[in-house]
Write a protein that binds this ligand. Structure first.
Ligand SMILES: *[C@@H]1O[C@H](CO)[C@@H](O)[C@H](O)[C@H]1NC(C)=O
Ligand SMILES: *[C@@H]1O[C@H](CO)[C@@H](O)[C@H](O)[C@H]1NC(C)=O
Ligand SMILES: *[C@@H]1O[C@H](CO)[C@@H](O)[C@H](O)[C@H]1NC(C)=O
Ligand SMILES: *[C@@H]1O[C@H](CO)[C@@H](O)[C@H](O)[C@H]1NC(C)=O
Ligand SMILES: *[C@@H]1O[C@H](CO)[C@@H](O)[C@H](O)[C@H]1NC(C)=O
Ligand SMILES: *[C@@H]1O[C@H](CO)[C@@H](O)[C@H](O)[C@H]1NC(C)=O
Ligand SMILES: *[C@@H]1O[C@H](CO)[C@@H](O)[C@H](O)[C@H]1NC(C)=O
Ligand SMILES: *[C@@H]1O[C@H](CO)[C@@H](O)[C@H](O)[C@H]1NC(C)=O
Ligand SMILES: *[C@@H]1O[C@H](CO)[C@@H](O)[C@H](O)[C@H]1NC(C)=O
Ligand SMILES: [Cu+2]
Length: 587
C-alpha cells in the first residue's frame, strides 16, 4: 500500500510539474562574527557569511533542495522542524538518529518534498549549533491560504548568549552544577535584533508568523493597541481565536492576523516578554522584555506603552480547521521526565530513569540493516531509549513532568493531538483520568508540559521511520531528555532509501553505518555506548557534591578553597530556586 502511495505521489508531482517547483538553496555553513544585541561581538554559526541566516520560503508541493557545504571546523546537520518527511526520514537531520553528521569540509544535499504548509523552522541538530545561530524560518505557503491577508512578516524570537554553546554546555553538565541550573541568556531578540521594525499600512491585514527559536526562554507576545487572532499553530490552521496575549514556548509557532489601524498618528510597541520562571537566576542586566516597533509613519510618536497581562492561555482550546478525529490507542506509553544526579555525578535528564546516549550507529541505519531484528528494541541500544511502534497503530503518550521546570516536548515526523492534561505523575497501573478532548483535538508538534503536570498526546504511527521525541530546551536535550520512536521498522527498508552520499558522511568520520547500536550483528551489543544510571538510594545533589569534592580534594591534595567557592555557588543557586518558587506561587 505504501509503495503504491509513493508512486501516486510521484505521478502527482509529474502531473502538476507546472506549479510544483524545485527550490534550491546553496548553504555554506560558516562562522560569522556578529553582535546582535549590541552588547558583545562574538563568533556565531551563520550561512554564506551571513547572520541571521536567510529564511527559506517555499510553497506546498515544491521540492526543497538544500546544498550544504560545511565550512565549520566540526561536523554539523540540519533538521527541518515540523516537517513530516513521509518516506523521507533519511533527511530529518538529527545527528546519529537519522544520519551521520556532515563532516567539516564536506558537502551534503537535503532533498525534501514539501507536503505541508504553514510556519516551520530549520536548525542545526548537531550538538548546540542552533544555540550559536544556526536557526532560521522555514515558511511554507499554501497554494491557496485558508485565511485572507495582505502582507506577512516573520518574527523569530530567540534568546541570545554571549558565550559559545560548547563552553556553557561543559559547565552545565559538569559535576560543579549538581542542581542542573541552565545557563541564563544575556538577551532576547526579535529577528536577531534588538529593535526590529515592521511597517504597517492603514487598513491592511497582516499575518505575523511567530517562531520561538529559543534555547531556553518562554515568551509572552502582545502588541500595544492591536488585537490579534490566532489562525495557525505549528503548521495547523485553526479557527480564528481572538487573544490579547499568548505564551510561546521554545520551538512552537503561531500565526496571528492583525488588522492595521486606520490612521498613522502613532507607532506601537510589540512585546515579547521572556518568562523569568524558566531561569534559575535573573541577572540584573538581563532585559527580559524584548520589544519591536509597528511603524505607521517614521515621523509619528510612539503610543504610550501598555503592560500586558500574561494570559493563562490553553492551546488545547484551539480548533483545527481540518478536523481529525482521534481513536482509542492501541499502545499507551507513559514517560516520566526527571532530573537527577546520575552515576557520573552530573545532573542529567531521564525519561523513566534512562538518559539518552547516542548509539555508535545512527538508529535509522540500524533499522535498515538488521533485518528482522529491527523490530526488537534491544538492537538500538538501551540508552537510545527505543520504543517500537506498529504500523498505523494509534499511539498515546502520557508525558509526566516530574521536574520543577516547564518542558516543551517535540515529536519529529508528526503532529500529535493534545487529548489530555492532568496534575502530577499519572500512575500507569490506573486508567488515565485527564482526558479533556477527543473531538477534533488541537494538533501541534511541540507541547508545553508544566511542572508537576502531565499531558496526553496521540498520533497515528503512519510514517515508517526513526523519530526522536525530546525536550526542545537545548540544554535538556543535551542532558539526555529524549527517546527514539522506531516506527513500523518492518517497513522502513522498503520506504526509506538512503544513497551513498549519506554513508560517505559516516565513512569520513569513521562511524559504522550498519548493524546494531554497537555496530555488531544480532543482539551482540558488546561495546555499545552506555549511559550513566540512577544512583542507588536517596543521594541528595549537595551530598553528592560534598562526596565528590572530598574525593577529588583528597586525590589532588587540594585544600578547601575551591570547595568553599563552589558551595557559595550552590547557595546562590538554592536562593535563586527559592525566589523562583515564591514568584511562581504569587503568579
Ligand atoms: C499537491 O500534491 C498533492 C499530492 O502530492 C496532490 O494531491 C495535489 O493535487 C497537489 N496540489 C497541487 C495544487 O498541485
Ligand atoms: C560556498 O563556498 C564555495 C567554496 O568556497 C564557493 O565557491 C561558493 O561560491 C560558496 N557559495 C555561496 C552561496 O556562498
Ligand atoms: C516567498 O515566496 C512567495 C511566493 O513564492 C513570494 O510571494 C514572497 O515574496 C516570498 N517572500 C520572501 C520573503 O521571499
Ligand atoms: C486556488 O484558488 C483558485 C482561485 O480561486 C482556484 O482556481 C484553484 O483551483 C485553487 N487551488 C486549489 C489547489 O485549491
Ligand atoms: C520561547 O520558549 C522558551 C522556552 O519555553 C521561553 O522561555 C521563551 O519565553 C519563549 N519565547 C517567546 C517569545 O515566547
Ligand atoms: C477602519 O475603517 C473602516 C471603514 O471606515 C472600518 O470598517 C474599520 O472597522 C476600521 N478599522 C479599524 C481597525 O479601526
Ligand atoms: C515585563 O513585562 C511584564 C508584562 O508587561 C511586566 O509585568 C514586567 O514587570 C516587565 N518586566 C520588566 C523587567 O520590565
Ligand atoms: C474539543 O475540541 C473541539 C474542537 O476542537 C471544541 O469545539 C470543544 O469545545 C472541545 N471540547 C472540550 C471539552 O474542550
Ligand atoms: C528472520 O528472517 C530469516 C530470514 O531472513 C528467517 O529465517 C528467520 O526465521 C526470521 N526470524 C524471525 C524471528 O522472524
Ligand atoms: Cu526541558
Amino acid at each position: 500500500m505504501l509503495a503504491s502511495l509513493k508512486s501516486l505521489a510521484v505521478f502527482a508531482l509529474a502531473a502538476t510539474a507546472a506549479q510544483a517547483a524545485i527550490v534550491t538553496y546553496d548553504w555554506n555553513i560558516t562562522y560569522v562574527t556578529a553582535n546582535p544585541d549590541g552588547l558583545k561581538e562574538r563568533r556565531v554559526v551563520g550561512v554564506n557569511g551571513q547572520f541571521p541566516i536567510p529564511a527559506i520560503n517555499v510553497t506546498l508541493n515544491d521540492t526543497l533542495v538544500i546544498n550544504v557545504i560545511n565550512q565549520l571546523d566540526e561536523p554539523t546537520s540540519l533538521h527541518s522542524h515540523g516537517l513530516f518527511q513521509t518516506g523521507n526520514g533519511q533527511f530529518d537531520g538529527p545527528s546519529m538518529v537519522t544520519q551521520c553528521p556532515i563532516p567539516a569540509g564536506a558537502k551534503f544535499t537535503y532533498t525534501i518534498p514539501i507536503e505541508q504548509h504553514g510556519t516551520y523552522w530549520i536548525h542545526g541538530h548537531y550538538k548546540g549549533h542552533y544555540v550559536d545561530g544556526l536557526r532560521g524560518p522555514l515558511i511554507i505557503h499554501n497554494i491557496n491560504e485558508t485565511y485572507a491577508y495582505d502582507e506577512e512578516y516573520t518574527l523569530a524570537l530567540a534568546d541570545w548568549y554571549h558565550t559559545e554553546h560548547p563552553i556553557m554546555l561543559e559547565q552545565y553538565l559538569s559535576i560543579f552544577n549538581p542542581s542542573g541550573a541552565e545557563p541564563v541568556p544575556e538577551s532576547g531578540l526579535i529577528n536577531h535584533m534588538t529593535n526590529a521594525k515592521f511597517n504597517f499600512v492603514p487598513g491592511k491585514t497582516y499575518r505575523l508568523r511567530l517562531i520561538n527559536m529559543s534555547a531556553l526562554a518562554m515568551f509572552h507576545f502582545h502588541i500595544d493597541g492591536h488585537e490579534m487572532e490566532i489562525i495557525e499553530i505549528d503548521g495547523i490552521d485553526v479557527e480564528r481565536t481572538k487573544v490579547t496575549s499568548f505564551p510561546i514556548t521554545a520551538a512552537q509557532r503561531y500565526s496571528v492576523l492583525v488588522t492595521a489601524k486606520n490612521d498613522t498618528s502613532y507607532n506601537y510597541i510589540l512585546h515579547a516578554d521572556m518568562d523569568p520562571a524558566m531561569f534559575d537566576v535573573v541577572p540584573d542586566d538581563l532585559q527580559l522584555n524584548v520589544t519591536g516597533t509597528i511603524v505607521y509613519s517614521e515621523s509619528a510618536p510612539t503610543a504610550p506603552e501598555e503592560t500586558s497581562q500574561w494570559l493563562d492561555f490553553n492551546d488545547g482550546d484551539l480548533v483545527p480547521v481540518i478536523p481529525e478525529e482521534t481513536s482509542e490507542p492501541a499502545q499507551i506509553i507513559a514517560l516520566t521526565a526527571s532530573f537527577n544526579v546520575l552515576s557520573d555525578y552530573s545532573n542529567k535528564a531521564t525519561f523513566n530513569d534512562i538518559t539518552y546516549v547516542q548509539p555508535k550507529v545512527p538508529s535509522l541505519y540500524t533499522a535498515l540493516t538488521t533485518g528482522n531484528y529491527s523490530s526488537n528494541p534491544e538492537v538500538y541500544g538501551k540508552y537510545t531509549h527505543p520504543l517500537v511502534l506498529k504500523h498505523n497503530d494509534w499511539i498515546e503518550i502520557i508525558i509526566n513532568n516530574n521536574d520543577a521546570g516547564n518542558h516543551p516536548f517535540h515529536l519529529h515526523g508528526h503532529v500529535f493531538q493534545i487529548v489530555g492534561r492532568g496534575e502530577g505523575v499519572h500512575d500507569p497501573s490506573k486508567p488515565y483520568e485527564g482526558y479533556i478532548n477527543t473531538t477534533n483535538p488541537a494538533r501541534r508538534d511541540t507541547v508545553l508540559v508544566p511542572t508537576e503536570q502531565n499531558v496526553a498526546i496521540r498520533f497515528r504511527a503512519n510514517n515508517p521511520g526513526v523519530w526522536l521525541f525530546h525536550c526542545h530546551i537545548e540544554w535538556h536535550l543535551q542532558a539526555g531528555l529524549a527517546v527514539t520512536f522506531i516506527e513500523a521498522p518492518d517497513l522502513i527498508p522498503s520506504v526509506i532509501k538512503v544513497d551513498q552520499s549519506h554513508y560517505d558522511n559516516c565513512k569520513a568520520l569513521d562511524i559504522p553505518f550498519s548493524g546494531n547500536a554497537a555496530g555488531k550483528e544480532g543482539l551482540d551489543l558488546t561495546g555499545a555506548n552506555l549511559g550513566p544510571d540512577p544512583l542507588p538510594g536517596t543521594f541528595t545533589a549537595k551530598g553528592i557534591v560534598a562526596l565528590v569534592f572530598t574525593i577529588i580534594a583528597a586525590l589532588l591534595g587540594l585544600g578547601t578553597v575551591i570547595w568553599y567557592a563552589r558551595e557559595d555557588d550552590i547557595n546562590i543557586q538554592a536562593e535563586a530556586a527559592k525566589a523562583r518558587n515564591n514568584e511562581e506561587e504569587t503568579n
